[in-house]
Design a protein around this ligand. Structure first.
Ligand code: IFM
Length: 406
């Protein structure tokens, strides 16, 4: 049977994403403090877990192996790479900037440029310097000034090497996991603090957007918005319909409304499809096919998400989409099927300008530790040796041709 071929636009960005803390190694920040705290260790011990697996430590040693990582991005035929800089490295003490670390990031970015990669740079990906955490993190009323002071240094020192900016990664996750469910540092369950944090994050984004534009008027600045596809489990049930709308508003819409006048594009992260039911825990997915983390695989959700976000009339760039799949038996189809729906949205007029797979390599998956394997490249935890998975070859073919056979 002959296959259909779908073609992506000519200047489409093909990339992969990483974040500083999850891959670099050797960082001291609020997360590293929490991972090694006695409360955390006790909790993990009680659950019978291997503590080493939950301490980021050397991560993937990418701080030292960045050339190898960038070679991997190039071997995937990507024309773009999303990476992060770590606030705690650049400003380890309040108001004191570390020149050597800034030089390090210059080298990384220059190496990426040699490979003709467009750079998407994330300025904050949930982690904070310890001095800031000690002052109350994002609840502190000065935090917006602290953040923009740090960003000013990044703009001045690294700005000419950046093509697309991400001010904040998935801010609602920090609000929710850090201040409502307490799963992430600073492990609070406090609604009032969560409101404060949300407000400060939104203000920080808006101010940073203006700041970057003062130096680079044509720059493209956004956040990454983790956008879930919420649907009522039963379309006819008014209560479930209402609840789905409420979840959608709270999670997808609220933050964007606060920053909508300060976006040059929208960075889209898509992982979750949630069928909403009327009783706690409010979600009942069909879960016919799930990732190693139990997340339902639902490619059509990326289409729904892109269609929804198109109402903001901004270019959309998918900056994260991926799965934990240690056996690598779902990843190739996962990518193909999601791309099929991305293309469908493009055909219907949605301005989608790129797709970045999360992640380039297996890395530290936050509170879950090292066991979830998101990488196109597998990483040996002892030697840090990187090896491409089969799916990396499939993705490399797609990135080279800009085509997908279906
Ligand atoms: O690993 C994370 C990333 O840091 C932010 N987005 C979701 C990914 C998978 O959970």
């Amino acid at each position: 049977m002959s296959k259909d071929i779908i073609q992506f636009p000519k200047n489409f960005l093909w990339g992969t994403s990483t974040s500083a803390y999850q891959i670099e190694g050797g960082i001291t920040n609020d997360w590293s403090e929490w991972e090694t705290s006695s409360e955390r260790k006790k909790k993990l011990q009680k659950q019978g877990r291997d503590l080493e697996e939950y301490i980021c430590g050397k991560a993937c040693d990418s701080y030292n192996r960045y050339e190898e990582d960038l070679n991997m991005v190039a071997s995937l035929n990507c024309n773009a790479y999303r990476m992060g800089v770590e606030w705690a490295r650049i400003e380890p003490e309040e108001g004191k900037f570390n020149e050597a670390e800034i030089e390090h990031y210059k080298k990384v970015l220059d190496e990426a440029k040699k490979k003709n990669l467009k750079i998407v740079l994330t300025l904050w990906h949930w982690t904070n310097p310890v001095w800031l955490a000690n002052k109350g993190g994002w609840t502190n009323k000065e935090v917006v000034n602290y953040f923009t002071r740090y960003v000013s240094t990044v703009i001045k020192e690294l700005g000419d090497r950046v093509d697309y900016w991400v001010t904040l990664n998935e801010p609602m996750v920090h609000v929710s996991n850090g201040y409502l469910t307490g799963e992430f540092p600073p492990n609070k369950r406090n609604y009032f603090q969560s409101r404060k944090v949300l407000n400060n994050l939104a203000k920080a984004h808006n101010k940073t957007h203006k700041l970057i534009h003062q130096f680079y008027p044509d720059s493209w600045v956004s956040i990454t918005k983790l956008t879930n596809d919420f649907q009522p489990a039963r379309k006819w049930c008014l209560l479930e319909k209402g609840l789905a709308k409420l979840f959608h508003y709270n999670w997808n819409e609220k933050f964007l409304r606060r920053i909508k006048d300060h976006l040059d594009y929208i960075g889209v992260d898509y992982y979750f499809h949630d069928r909403i039911i009327r009783r706690p825990p409010f979600k009942k997915n069909k879960n016919k096919q799930v990732t190693d983390m139990g997340w339902e695989i639902y490619p059509r959700g990326i289409y729904n998400t892109l269609k929804y976000l198109s109402k903001y009339k901004k270019p959309l760039i998918i900056l994260e989409n991926g799965l934990a799949d240690a056996q690598d038996d779902k990843r190739s189809d996962f990518i193909r099927n999601h791309l099929y729906y991305v293309h469908r949205a493009i055909q219907e007029g949605v301005d989608v300008q790129g797709y970045f797979y999360w992640s380039l390599l297996d890395n530290f998956e936050w509170a879950e530790g090292f066991w979830p394997k998101f990488g196109l490249y597998e990483v040996d935890r002892n030697t840090f040796e990187r090896k491409p998975r089969e799916s990396a070859k499939i993705y490399a073919r797609i990135c080279r041709s800009g085509k997908l056979e279906i």
